[in-house]
Design a protein around this ligand. Structure first.
Ligand SMILES: *Cc1c(COP(=O)(O)O)cnc(C)c1O
Length: 475
């Protein structure tokens, strides 16, 4: 019992918490102001493992602050303006503090009684976002831990509603071969979802992309016919808004027209690019989003919350309850009732973080135009980077950027073979990683290697981007 008493030593908690806030405040300041030189102090996985295994096997420490200091050193510094890698946002401190509050109070959000406040805030957030999308008051949905679960939730609903029988209770009729159609550039969570549902590789039909790397909608009809002719039952089409690799948007209206004609479910995967709806300048990219049956938006990408926070919104709120129609007597007394306050009925997860609180805190603390500003700052920056690249003779882009994702490569002499060019860019990326002053990633498009930045940090400037190109030349 002594050890448990130690664990709840409240004086120690107060003292440590104050120190941690000071540590983090210094950390944020140093990174945002570029006083910290490196974005990452890269160590090979095995070396880092050995280092920490040694630490693990050493004596217990009374000075946990020492651990937190070293934790920061061995982490990726996402708040540093020269972090330009994956689609992870520099978490807003206000939202992170809300997570600290919800961790300590630990109100899990499966049923209302266990999480009264976060259940109510969840409804408020869902209704607010549904309104922003342009849905009527009929819409409803659920908050989930990430876009993968969000996409799975949306597609499970599509399966239940479009398959024409109670697939959730009865299991698959093996004579029907259900499938969805997606862009060839769809996020891998789509394929994972289809395979979780047991449809196999044939269940995901990839429509080729056009030059801009978005779905070539003129091919929808022929791919649909081919699927029907081979005995498949297409249930849904997914609009990618936007694609993960190049950040380009599918034409929602064209896909929606097709779905209406064929009576198919339209799911809009706006995990990354959905928040364009907050920007007057960029909302044309998601025109037609209100025609989708289900929409997924990540708060932890372009709405700069700490991970994870995702909304799945159904145009017809009733659909939110059809996905997981299931009895759990000890939790849910009346499985058929639409008791919105028990989120477990609509949720893939059982125990779930009180996700709504941090979003509510953001909306109470700041004007909601902050989300539009974030989109415009980072999307504009991508346009400027594109212009910088065009003004050079040794760099090129793969497509015109539409969002804050830019794929480009170093091509110093136009005489290199594709293999040489791929190797050169891979080597440059690896050298940058090991150097640590910038963090960028790479992707493969049509078997060619491209360097990729996602400009997630609103403090990144043109100057940082010019320096990045200079560094790639010389490294
Ligand atoms: C990031 C992303 C996902 C997956 O979301 P997570 O929150 O990482 O689970 C799905 N679709 C698209 C288009 C994405 O960009």
């Amino acid at each position: 019992m002594n050890e448990i008493k130690n664990a709840y030593d409240i004086r120690k908690f107060r003292d440590e918490a104050h120190k941690i806030v000071d540590l983090l405040a210094d950390y944020l300041e140093k990174n945002i102001n570029r006083e910290e030189v490196k974005v990452i102090d890269y160590q090979e996985p095995e070396a880092l493992y050995q280092k920490w295994l040694k630490d693990f096997n050493s004596q217990k420490s009374n000075d946990i602050l020492d651990f937190y200091n070293r934790m920061l050193q061995d982490s990726m510094h996402i708040h540093h303006p020269q972090y330009m890698g994956h689609q992870v946002s520099p978490a807003v401190p206000a939202s992170a503090l809300a997570e600290f509050m919800t961790s300590v109070t630990n109100n899990s959000a499966a049923i209302y009684e266990m999480a009264p406040l976060s259940s109510v805030l969840e409804r408020i957030i869902i209704e607010w976002l549904a309104g922003k999308i342009g849905f009527s008051s009929d819409a409803f949905g659920v908050l989930t831990s990430g876009g993968l679960i969000g996409n799975t939730t949306g597609l499970l609903a599509a399966r239940q509603i479009m398959s024409g029988y109670n697939i959730w209770n009865n299991g698959h009729d093996l004579n029907t071969k259900p499938a969805i159609m997606v862009s060839g550039q769809a996020h891998y969570s789509m394929e994972r979802t289809v395979k979780i549902m047991g449809w196999g590789q044939a269940g995901i039909i990839q429509i080729p992309v056009n030059k801009q790397n978005s779905m070539d909608v003129t091919k929808l009809e022929s791919y649909y016919q081919k699927a029907i002719d081979s005995g498949q039952k297409v249930l849904a089409v997914v609009a990618n808004i936007c694609s993960t690799s190049t950040g380009t948007y599918d034409n929602i209206n064209a896909i929606a027209d097709f779905c209406e004609e064929k009576n198919l479910w339209l799911h809009a995967d706006g995990a990354h690019g959905g928040p364009a709806l907050f920007s007057d300048k960029y909302k044309h990219l998601i025109k037609g989003i209100e025609r989708a049956d289900s929409v997924v938006i990540d708060f932890h990408k372009m709405m700069f919350h700490p991970s994870l926070a995702t909304a799945v919104i159904f145009k017809k709120g009733d659909h939110a309850y059809r996905t997981f129609a299931q009895k759990a007597e000890y939790l849910l007394s009346s499985p058929d009732e639409h008791d919105w306050h028990n989120t477990a009925k609509r949720s893939f997860e059982c125990t779930k973080n009180a996700i709504s609180v941090k979003i509510y805190v953001m909306l109470k603390s700041f004007d909601e135009k902050i989300f539009g500003e974030f989109v415009e700052t980072t999307f504009d920056l991508a346009q400027e980077f594109n212009n910088i690249i065009k003004s050079t003779s040794d760099f090129e882009t793969v497509v015109e950027p539409e969002s804050n994702i830019v794929c480009f490569r170093y091509n110093p002499s136009r005489e290199l073979t594709t293999d040489d060019l791929n190797q050169l860019n891979k080597d440059k990326r690896q050298a940058l990683l090991e150097d640590g002053k910038f963090y960028i990633v790479q992707t493969e498009i049509n078997a060619a290697v491209w360097l990729r930045v996602t400009l997630m940090n609103p403090f990144t400037t043109n100057d940082d981007l010019r320096k990045l190109l200079e560094e790639i030349r010389k490294i």
